[in-house]
Write a protein that binds this ligand. Structure first.
Ligand code: HEM
Length: 338
């Protein structure tokens, strides 16, 4: 039954070749629900509908996406709310899970814009301090998003009912991850804020991989922001140029704002980690890895790094400042699986 629905939903190559952008996004979104549903029953979609091998890459290419299947953006951003909302299960908890991503995405998108605007500003400029303050508020919505999940989505529901729909599928010679909240642009914001010159190779590999699943306009940023000093390095360096008692007011304001941003990132991660631990506990979870291809160990590792960064900025900013540079353990690949 499901397989014939999938086959019947397949657009022709001609339809894909002439479709408008909104139609392409809708096509991929609707096919995505069917791809995940077929895979949930243990069947590779291309094995039962070989036309997908041609159709999926063409839709992706024409809509500016790299991977030949649906993403978190199709599932949440380009999915209407209300009776026309496309859902795998139709259950209220699925809607709540999607809402948690829906409330965060516009804020994260604006946060990426704010990070871009910081390219040319320095910690001694008021514009820098005000933008980083805005960033802290925007990133702070990730806490609300996690609170929504904690209050409304049971870990067992995620683990046993939803997670099976988010499995990877094979298209061409590769397998491609399904819609994963891990692909919202938190990793991109991390790169700019602290990760470009402080994260370990394990997290940077995860960030690289996430870039494939990102929106077209963000993909060059994933590449560019791997280089260059992070906001943490820029602020710490600006603080170090002055004796503690003579740090200019605006540089202190920039540092305080960065503390708030780092705190917001660690508060999100603390809440998120407790949800992930419950959902992937051996007696609850059905899978070892998350839908974004990463493990709970990866989350713990990123959490520890983000917390170290928050401490670094705080130590350099507080009255009893002990200056530290906190260079990362780069070089050599740590034994991690993301
Ligand atoms: C029951 C709900 C959830 C569970 C069990 C869960 C679990 C996980 C796991 C295991 C990972 C590791 C990487 C991977 O995806 O493979 C991960 C990553 C991630 N998830 Fe979730 N997640 C949930 C909901 C959410 C929501 C609602 C958001 C955002 C609105 C989110 C944002 C992220 C991000 C940004 C990452 C990348 C790693 C990081 O930045 O720390 N997750 N999640």
């Amino acid at each position: 039954m499901l397989i014939s629905v999938l086959r019947n939903a397949l657009p022709s190559i001609e339809e894909v070749a002439t479709a408008s952008l909104p139609d392409l996004l809708a096509m991929m979104r609707d096919l995505g629900i069917l791809l995940g549903s077929v895979k949930r029953h243990g069947v590779e979609p291309v094995a039962v509908a070989p036309e997908l091998e041609e159709v999926l890459p063409l839709i992706a290419r024409r809509s500016g996406m790299v991977i030949p299947r649906d993403t978190i953006y199709h599932y949440v951003l380009w999915n209407p709310v209300g009776p026309r909302e496309r859902l795998y299960t139709g259950l209220p908890m699925e809607r709540m899970l999607m809402s948690a991503v829906r409330v965060a995405l516009p804020m994260l998108s604006t946060a990426v814009d704010v990070c871009t605007s910081l390219d040319d500003a320095t910690p001694g400029e008021l514009a820098f301090a005000t933008s980083v303050n805005e960033l802290a508020t925007l990133v702070g919505t990730m806490r609300d998003s996690m609170d929504l999940v904690i209050a409304n989505v049971g870990p067992e529901f995620f683990a046993r009912t939803m997670r099976p729909y988010f499995q990877d599928i094979r298209v061409g010679d590769d397998t491609w991850l399904g819609p994963a909240a891990a692909h919202v642009p938190v990793a991109l914001i991390d790169l700019r804020v602290w990760a470009s010159d402080h994260a370990d190779d394990c997290y940077l590999d995860f960030v690289d991989h996430s870039a494939w699943y990102a929106l077209e306009r963000w993909r060059p940023l994933y590449r560019d922001w791997q280089r260059g000093p992070s906001l943490v390095s820029r602020v710490v360096e600006a603080l170090e140029r002055h004796p503690r008692q003579d740090v200019p007011y605006v540089i202190n304001a920039s540092a305080e704002a960065l503390c708030r941003t780092m705190r917001a990132l660690t508060v999100f991660r603390g809440k998120h980690l407790s949800i992930a631990r419950e959902a992937y506990a051996p007696d609850t979870g059905l899978y070892e890895l998350g839908s974004g291809g990463g493990s709970v160990a990866l989350l713990e590792n990123v959490m520890n790094q983000a917390r170290d960064m928050a401490t670094l900025v705080r130590l350099n900013t507080s009255g009893t400042r002990r200056r530290r540079t906190g260079k990362p353990p780069r070089g050599g690949k740590p034994s991690c699986e993301f």
